[in-house]
Ligand binder design. Structure first.
Ligand SMILES: Cc1cc2nc3c(=O)[nH]c(=O)nc-3n(C[C@H](O)[C@H](O)[C@H](O)COP(=O)(O)OP(=O)(O)OC[C@H]3O[C@@H](n4cnc5c(N)ncnc54)[C@H](O)[C@@H]3O)c2cc1C
Length: 351
C-alpha cells in the first residue's frame, strides 16, 4: 500500500505541536507556513493581525511551555511576545525532524534552478566570457595534482574550522581534512550502507558528524542505482537501469537552503561556514545554483567542488553561469575547469 503523507497548514503554536506529534507517530508529515517565520500571532509585524508591540501573555509561564522543553529560567512570569516567538523557534530548531519538515512560503523550490536561458536575466554576465566558457573542455591536468583539494587551503583552515562535505563516499576526504586540519566536519552521505560504514569508521571522533542524507534544491526521496567504484558511485541524475535491480536504493535528499540556515544558526558564531566541499556526481548543479540564487553563497569562506558534466543536461550552460556568479563573491584558489576547483571569499563579512 502506498504510504500516506500528511500536511499541517500553519506554523503557529498549534501547527508546530501537531507536526511534532504526527512525526512522533512516524507519519510522513510536512508543515507549510505562508509567512517567512514561525509563531503565528506571536510573530510581531507592523501590519494588523498579530500581537501588539507591548503584548505579554495572560497565562503564566508555568502553564505555557511544552512538557518536553521548559522556557528558559530567566523568562519572566508573563513573557513578552518576542520571548514566546524565540521559544517557539528554538523548539523547532532543537529537533532536526521538526526543522527539516517545516517549509515557508520563502522556501527555495522555485528559485533553485539555472538553465541555458537564465543567464539573460543576470546583468553581471559577461556574454563573451560566457560563450568562451561554453566551449571549454575539462582540464584533466587536475589528476596530476589531485591532492590539491585537501591542501590548497592549508593557510585558511585549522582546528576551529567547520567543514561541510557533500558526498561522504568512503571517507577519503574526511580522513585528509582531519589529518591536515583537525577541523569539525559535517558530512552528508545518502547511501545508507555507506553512511553506516562511515559512522563506524569515525565513531571515535566527536568532531565528525555523518548524516544519511544527500542535499538538493528541494527535499525529496528518490530511487538511485549505485554504479562504478564498487557501488560507491551514485548520481541523482543517472537513470535507473534494469527495473527491480537488487542494487537500487531509496535515498533522502534535504533542501540545501534549510540545511545551511540551520547550520549557520546553530554551529557558527558569525554565520560564516569555513568550507563546503562538494563531490556528489551532479548534485553540484542543484545546490550551487540554489545557494547562488538565494544569496547564500557568500556565507562560505571556501567553496570547492567537483564538476560532473556528463550526467546533467545543459550542464555547460549552468557551469558557466555558476563561474560568473562565483566571481562576484569569491576569488579562485585553484581552477581545473569542469573537474575540480576551489574559491575563497573576497571579504569575510559576518552576518
Ligand atoms: C494578544 C494575544 C495574547 C494571547 N495570549 C495568550 C496567552 O497568554 N495564553 C494562551 O494560551 N494563548 C494566548 N493567546 C492565544 C493564541 O492565539 C494561542 O496561544 C496560539 O498562539 C494560537 O496558535 P495557533 O497555531 O492556533 O494560531 P496562530 O498563531 O494564529 O497561527 C496560525 C498560523 O497559520 C498560518 N496560516 C494561515 N493560513 C495559512 C495558509 N493558508 N497557508 C499556510 N499558513 C497559513 C498563519 O500565518 C499563522 O502562522 C493570545 C492571543 C493574542 C492575539
Amino acid at each position: 500500500m502506498k504510504k500516506k503523507k500528511f500536511a499541517v497548514i500553519g506554523g503557529g503554536w498549534s501547527g508546530l505541536y501537531a507536526l511534532k506529534y504526527l512525526l512522533e507517530e512516524n507519519l510522513d508529515t510536512q508543515l507549510y507556513e505562508r509567512e517567512s517565520n514561525l509563531g503565528g500571532v506571536w510573530f510581531y509585524k507592523e501590519t494588523p493581525g498579530g500581537v501588539y508591540q507591548s503584548t505579554h501573555t495572560t497565562s503564566s509561564k508555568t502553564y505555557l511551555h511544552a512538557s518536553d522543553f521548559p522556557l528558559p529560567d530567566d523568562t519572566p512570569h508573563f513573557p513578552k511576545h518576542d520571548q514566546i516567538l524565540a521559544y517557539l523557534n528554538s523548539y523547532r530548531d532543537k529537533d532536526l525532524r521538526l526543522f527539516f519538515n517545516t517549509f515557508f512560503s520563502t522556501s527555495t523550490i522555485i528559485y533553485g534552478n539555472l538553465t541555458c536561458q537564465t543567464w539573460k536575466n543576470f546583468s553581471y554576465i559577461n556574454v563573451t566570457k560566457y560563450q568562451e566558457c561554453l566551449s571549454w573542455g575539462s582540464n584533466g591536468g587536475f589528476w596530476a595534482v589531485e591532492g590539491l583539494r585537501h591542501t590548497a587551503h592549508k593557510n585558511l583552515l585549522n582546528s576551529t574550522s567547520l567543514i561541510i562535505e557533500v558526498g561522504g563516499n568512503r571517507g577519503h576526504d574526511t580522513v585528509k581534512f582531519i589529518e591536515l586540519y583537525n577541523a569539525s566536519i559535517i558530512s552528508y552521505e545518502p547511501l545508507v550502507p555507506m553512511w553506516k560504514d562511515l559512522t563506524k569508521q569515525f565513531k571515535s571522533n566527536p568532531k565528525i558528524e555523518i548524516h544519511p542524507y544527500g542535499l538538493g534544491n528541494h527535499a525529496r526521496s528518490l530511487l538511485i542505482e549505485p554504479h562504478d567504484f564498487g557501488n560507491a558511485g551514485t548520481s541523482i541524475f543517472r537513470k535507473l537501469g534494469a527495473k527491480n535491480s537488487s542494487t537500487i536504493q531509496k535515498i533522502q535528499l534535504l533542501d540545501i537552503i534549510q540545511v545551511i540556515r540551520h547550520i549557520r544558526k546553530t554551529r557558527t558564531k558569525n554565520g560564516i561556514i569555513d568550507m563546503i566541499s562538494i563531490n556528489c556526481e551532479g548534485c553540484e548543479f542543484e545546490i550551487l545554483p540554489a545557494l547562488i540564487l538565494n544569496q547564500m553563497i557568500q556565507y562560505f569562506r571556501i567553496i570547492q567542488f567537483a564538476t560532473h558534466t556528463g550526467l546533467v543536461s545543459e550542464s555547460s550552460c549552468i557551469y558557466c553561469q555558476i563561474e560568473q556568479a562565483l566571481e562576484r563573491t569569491h576569488k579562485i584558489l585553484y581552477h581545473y575547469r569542469k573537474l575540480w576547483e576551489g574559491w575563497v571569499l573576497k571579504t569575510t563579512t559576518a552576518n
